[in-house]
Write a protein of this length. Structure first.
Lengths: 108, 116
């Protein structure tokens, strides 16, 4: 299976704090992608990190990838209430399978 | 581009009826996915097409479910007959896949299906 598994299942923080979510996977990958889903909406792509990259930044997002441990982390800095959503990782082989996601709540 | 377009956005139907969900992928994308999302089971991959050909349908729950992609710009997911346990949000997603490089996927807004 190329499914990623996110951890923790739920995370609640105050606005301004940083949020860290983790993803573990089992197979070798070409790249790993993170997505966000707002309630009742489709998933939106956030960031893609290739297997030969160790860290990538996009605005307030920072993604790391450790292929030796088959894990990735997503850090959201200076969180905002609008960051409240579910976050998913996908190990982007052919079949794009997702884990259960991390439900992030940012309290104003 | 208008993005991935799904129709209808909401569907309420009676048990036993046939339901057809529709998806128009982004122009130029050659891979298409159908997903089902419920609170209990999360986001499940139902079927994956590449260049209009079904590659993996192992996620299709039963023979009651069928999916087609007659051309690069249209796909359908049909449930016949529908049952209450089919109630879920169904998402379609597309992406451009070139060889070993897979790009980001774009999701439609989903179809919320309620079977009563």
């Amino acid at each position: 299976s190329q499914q990623g598994e996110e951890d923790p299942q739920a995370l609640s923080i105050q606005e301004g704090e940083n949020a860290t979510m983790n993803c573990s996977y089992k197979t070798s990958i070409n790249n790993l992608q993170w997505y966000r889903q707002n309630s009742g909406r489709g998933l939106v792509h956030l960031i893609l990190i290739r297997s030969n990259e160790r860290e990538k930044h996009s605005g307030r997002l920072r993604v790391t990838l450790d292929t030796s441990k088959k894990s990735s982390s997503l850090l959201i800095t200076a969180s905002r209430a609008a960051d409240t959503a579910s976050y998913f990782c996908a190990t982007a082989g052919d079949f794009m399978r997702f884990g259960a996601g991390t439900r992030l709540t940012v309290k104003p | 581009d208008a993005g991935v377009i799904q129709s209808p956005r909401h569907e309420v139907t009676e048990m036993g009826q046939e339901v057809t969900l529709r998806c128009k992928p982004i122009s130029g994308h050659n891979s298409l996915f159908w997903y089902r999302q419920t609170m209990m089971r999360g986001l499940e991959l139902l079927i994956y097409f590449n260049n209009n050909v079904p590659i993996d349908d192992s996620g299709m729950p039963e023979d009651r479910f069928s999916a087609k992609m007659p051309n690069a710009s249209f796909s359908t997911l049909k449930i016949q007959p529908s049952e209450p346990r089919d109630s879920a949000v169904y998402f379609c997603a597309s992406r451009r896949a070139t060889g070993a490089v897979n790009t980001e996927a774009f999701f439609g807004q989903g179809t919320r299906l309620t079977v009563v």
